[in-house]
Design a binder for this molecule. Structure first.
Ligand code: TEU
Ligand code: CA
Length: 554
């Protein structure tokens, strides 16, 4: 399984309230003991942090706050010594506007780096600022137009994310070679692969025509399916990925199940796997609006994955990351400490037994929750602040609505400091200030107290990871949902040869007497999330307690 670290929030080692690489190195035994195989490190590169590192100024330099290249090398050596591996974040759909390439590019229309980015003339409009409207109606993911006017050269440049994140022009072969060269730089250092940020977006739509009203409802679907996307990913594979023992996982917003094979099929020679968000972002209605989770709807997504993805289309299993609110707050039950722990364990059971490479986000192994945000100024995320500046200012929603939405679904929830113990700042930092507030529930939710409690979410996560590693059925086994229309119970099997496991999850706060489908009987209980396990081996009816999870060997 792969464990994602958001370095700014993992462990501070020098008291400046910002996590760093030496902090990670000091916690490698914790990760080893948890059962981690691979670490995914969110961006650690030199950056002005307009988007917390997803805006890179120098791809071959470590961010000053995070430490030095020597710190990186020591961290990597520590990971390898513990027989773990490291993948890093490849953010090459865009750079920082402070990157040397963009600094050059904006100097003049004839600068050799001009074509490294996407510059276009505006549409003449005497009433518009500078006399021009943007080249087309592309919206930015972070509110407003995706085009920024540049006075000195009288053109607009494209930025699908923030103004300080100009998109690279992948049609320019020089740009592609620059990317392949920096990938080799890190692979030659011993890094084991890449998580690739919004990678399908690199294939832009020729001519950059306006989006239709229908397309404007979900621009990602257009932007992720440009005609040259696969040509670029196959070239990247041919020139770099195929030459190393590495893995690659693409963050594939805009990619649906029907397109997944094109990117991950073994015969396609592109990427190892992708994150597609149709499960993790189920119910999304735009902005911070989500429909409440319908279990049948979620189960239908996993059922489709199993039916559509062939044996050679590897999948991923994940419920959280640094762009989503905490999963136990989103899909679990934090109404009482007991239900928080039980539902956190249930969600761990699900993510670690579904089909595909399993990803855990830092702190989910402890059942960390959302933070009690109350005012706009508390949020660090550019996505929230931009929405405040544009959407609230334009009256699209009120400040209170934005606070409520961001408090429930905002990205800052995943970025509050890791809760290590009950000391100052939850042991994250000895400093007087931390870059994001520490969740006030750290005295109740922290690694040290859970390591000391054999029945904690931490130990359950450790046991569930060990169980997953104990039998290849959890990795390669066929997936089958035994009761897709059941409203509160998620029951499925993983079968490989003679080995079958059955997972039973009660996704509700109610006691449920659940009768298994005809001819199905419970096998031997391998793991249960209650402190006092109830086995019911051989039974056809199971008495499930609130938020109960059981894994049976059939
Ligand atoms: O995220 C892309 C993405 O899916 C998110 O921006 C998402 O649309 C939004 O956050 C919904 O709340 C990647 C990185 O994971 C993210 O951290 C970066 O902000 C973004 O790309 C730009 O690099
Ligand atoms: Ca620090």
């Amino acid at each position: 399984m792969i464990y994602q670290i958001y370095p700014r929030s993992f462990q501070d080692s020098n008291g400046d309230g910002i996590g760093d690489l030496n902090g990670i190195t000091s916690r490698l035994d914790y990760l080893k003991n948890l059962g981690v195989n691979v670490i995914w490190l969110s961006p650690h590169f030199d950056s002005p942090n307009a988007d917390n590192g997803y805006d890179i100024r120098d791809y071959r330099k470590v961010m000053k706050e995070f430490g030095t290249m020597a710190d990186f090398d020591r961290m990597l050596a520590g990971i390898k010594k513990r027989h773990m591996r490291l993948i890093i974040d490849l953010v090459v759909n865009h750079t920082s506007d402070e990157h040397r390439w963009f600094q050059e590019s904006r100097k003049s229309r004839t600068n050799p780096y001009r074509d490294y980015y996407i510059w276009r003339d505006g549409k003449p409009n005497p009433n518009a600022p500078h006399g021009f409207d943007p080249p087309n109606n592309y919206p930015s993911y972070f509110s407003g137009s995706a085009w920024q006017w540049d006075d000195s050269t009288g053109q607009f440049y494209l930025h699908l994310f923030a103004e300080k994140q100009p998109d690279l022009n992948w049609e320019n072969p020089k740009v592609r070679q620059e990317v392949y060269s920096l990938m080799r730089f890190w692979l030659d250092k011993g890094v084991d692969g890449f998580r690739m940020d919004v990678i399908p977006l690199i294939g832009k739509t020729p001519g950059l025509p306006d989006l239709s009203p229908e397309q404007l409802k979900d621009p990602s679907k257009v932007w992720a399916n440009g005609p040259r996307r696969d040509e670029y990913l196959q070239e990247m594979n041919r020139e770099v990925l195929s030459k190393y023992d590495d893995m690659s996982v693409g963050e594939a917003i805009g990619i649906g199940l029907s397109e997944t094979h094109e990117i991950v099929g073994e015969d396609r020679h592109e990427l190892s796997e992708i994150f597609n968000f149709d499960a993790a972002r189920i119910g999304a209605m735009g902005g911070y609006e989500y429909r409440p989770l319908q279990l049948e709807e979620l189960k239908a997504v996993y059922d489709r994955h199993a039916k559509v993805l062939g044996k050679q289309d590897w999948d991923t299993s994940f419920l959280g990351n640094h762009d989503m609110s905490r999963v136990v707050s989103r899909w679990g039950d934090t109404s009482t400490p007991e239900f928080r722990a039980l539902s956190a364990k249930l969600l761990q059971t699900m993510v670690l037994t579904l089909k595909g490479t399993a990803y855990l986000y830092q702190g989910d192994e402890l059942g960390m929750t959302n933070y009690p945000w109350t005012k706009i100024s508390e949020f660090n995320d550019i996505e929230v602040q931009n929405r405040f500046k544009s959407d609230v200012a334009a009256g699209k929603l009120t400040e209170q609505q934005l606070i409520a939405g961001a408090a429930a679904y905002g990205r800052d929830n995943a970025r509050t400091p890791m809760q290590w113990d009950t000391t100052k700042n939850a042991g994250f930092s000895v400093g007087d200030h931390t870059w994001e507030p520490v969740n006030p529930n750290y005295p109740q939710i922290n690694a040290a107290s859970q390591i000391a409690d054999a029945k904690s979410v931490y130990h359950y996560s450790q046991e569930m990871i060990a169980l997953r590693h104990s039998d290849p059925a959890f990795v390669y086994g066929d997936y089958q949902d035994l009761d897709p229309s059941q409203e509160h119970i998620f029951v499925y099997t993983r079968t490989l040869g003679k080995s079958t496991f059955m997972v039973v999850l009660n996704f509700s706060r109610r006691q449920i007497e659940y009768t298994l489908p005809p001819a199905v009987r419970a096998g031997n209980l391998k793991l249960g999330n209650y402190r006092t396990a109830v086995d019911e081996a051989g039974a056809s009816t199971l008495h499930l307690r609130p938020w109960e999870a059981r894994v049976y060997q059939q």
